[in-house]
Design a protein around this ligand. Structure first.
Ligand code: NCD
Length: 346
C-alpha cells in the first residue's frame, strides 16, 4: 500500500534539494540525484575517518539527542542509527526494553508518544507497522515544534509495508561502491516484493537517481509481486521492468541480485506463508549460475531463503556476496544523514 492520501495531506514531504537541516526523512522521493551524491560523498568520508580513528567527528552532534522508537523488531537499523549518533558525539535515548515497556503498552497512541519523544530529542528514528506512520509523526512534530521553539525531526526506520528510505540509501551507496556506477545495470530483486519495504524504496530511489540504461527484473511468486504503484513509478520515468516467476530467465544477465526474506510477519494465514516460503532459495548452486562480476545483496536478516547454515558459509565466502559490506555501510550512511538533518558542521 502507498501512504493513504490522508497521511500525505497531513504532511507533504519536501525535497531535500541540498537543504537537509531540520527536514524529516519519510520517503526516498525527497532525494534528488544531487542529494544522494552528497549523502554518499559524506558517508564515504565518514567511513574513511572512522577507519583512521578521526576523533574530530565527535564534535559533530555533541549536545544533540536522538531517540529511537521501534514498534517492530530491528537489529541493524536500530543499532546502526544508535552507533552512528554515538560516533558523531551525540546522545541516544530510548525507553528501557523498547516500546513494549513504554506507555504504548498502556495504550498510548502514536501521536502522544511522538509528542513526548519530540520534547526530549532533536531527532526521532521511528519504525512502525503502519504505512504512513512517519508522515503522521512529522505532522505532530511540526505542531509541537511551534510550541517548543525548535524543530525535532523524524527519520523513518521503516513504515510497515511502505518504505524504508535509509535502507535504500545504503543499498544504492553499496551498489555504486561495489560496481563503480549506477548506470548500465540489470538489477534483479527476488522474493517478497509485495511486502518488502526495502525493494519498494530501492526501486524508487534508483529511478530518482536517474540511473541510465537500468533494467529492473522483479522475480517473485505471483501472489507477492511488486505493487503496481512501484512499477508505474518506474514506467513513468522511462524504465524497463520485467516481472517473472522464473529466476533463470534473468539470473545469468543480472549485475545486481537483491535477495529478500519472505515477510512472515505480514501474512494473515500461516499456511499462505508456508506455501511460498521456499519458492526462491539462494544457494551456492544458484549463485553459481550468476555472472562472475555480479553482486549479491540482502538487507538481512536472512532465513531459509538463503539456504542452510552450510550454504550461508559458502555464500559468505563468495566475493560476489556484499551483504555484510551493505550492513557495515548502513552506519556510515546514517551518520551522514544524521549530520545533515542536524545541520552539523563536519
Ligand atoms: C529489513 C526491514 O526491516 O525491512 N531489514 C532491515 O532493516 N535491514 C528487511 C527485512 O526485515 O526482511
Amino acid at each position: 500500500m502507498r501512504p493513504s492520501e490522508a497521511y500525505v495531506r497531513l504532511f507533504e514531504p519536501p525535497k531535500m534539494a541540498g537543504h537537509f537541516t531540520g527536514k524529516h526523512v519519510v520517503t526516498v522521493e525527497q532525494f534528488t540525484r544531487e542529494d544522494m551524491i552528497e549523502v554518499f560523498r559524506t558517508a564515504a568520508d565518514f567511513r574513511d575517518r572512522v577507519r583512521h580513528g578521526d576523533r574530530t567527528l565527535l564534535n559533530a552532534a555533541a549536545g544533540r539527542v536522538m531517540a529511537t522508537l521501534f514498534y517492530e523488531a530491528s537489529t541493524r537499523t536500530d543499532m546502526s542509527f544508535q552507533a552512528a549518533m554515538h560516533r558523531l558525539g551525540g546522545a541516544v535515548v530510548s525507553t528501557s526494553g523498547g516500546v513494549r515497556f513504554s506507555s504504548v503498552y498502556k495504550g498510548e497512541n502514536l501521536a502522544d508518544t511522538i509528542r513526548a519523544v519530540g520534547c526530549y530529542a532533536d531527532v526521532v528514528v521511528l519504525r512502525h507497522p503502519d504505512v504512513g506512520s512517519s508522515y503522521e509523526a512529522a505532522y505532530y512534530l511540526d505542531q509541537l515544534g511551534e510550541q517548543l521553539g525548535r524543530s525535532p525531526v523524524v527519520i523513518s526506520g521503516g513504515d510497515g509495508v511502505g518504505e524504508h528510505p535509509t535502507q535504500a540509501l545504503l543499498d544504492l551507496f553499496t551498489i555504486v561502491d561495489c560496481k563503480g556506477r549506477a548506470d548500465r545495470l540489470t538489477i534483479t530483486m527476488v522474493g517478497d516484493l509485495l511486502n518488502g519495504r526495502t525493494v519498494h524504496s530501492l526501486s524508487k530511489l534508483i529511478a530518482q537517481y536517474g540511473a541510465q540504461e537500468v533494467d529492473f527484473c522483479f522475480v517473485s511468486p505471483f501472489s507477492l509481486r511488486m505493487p503496481s504503484y512501484i512499477v508505474d513509478f518506474l514506467h513513468e520515468r522511462g524504465y524497463r521492468v520485467m516481472q517473472t516467476g522464473d529466476l533463470y530467465e534473468v539470473l545469468n544477465r543480472s549485475d545486481v541480485i537483491y535477495w529478500t526474506r519472505v515477510q512472515q510477519e505480514r501474512f494473515a494465514k500461516p499456511e499462505d506463508y508456508e506455501a511460498i516460503r521456499d519458492d526462491f532459495v539462494m544457494t551456492p548452486e544458484v549463485l553459481g549460475q550468476a555472472k562472475s562480476d555480479a553482486i549479491l545483496m540482502h538487507p538481512l536478516p536472512r532465513k531459509n531463503e538463503m539456504g542452510t547454515p552450510r550454504d550461508h558459509d559458502i555464500l559468505d565466502a563468495d566475493s560476489r556476496a556484499v551483504y555484510f559490506k551493505q550492513m557495515a555501510n548502513g552506519m556510515f550512511v546514517r551518520m551522514a544523514l544524521l549530520a545533515k538533518v542536524l545541520g552539523a558542521a563536519v
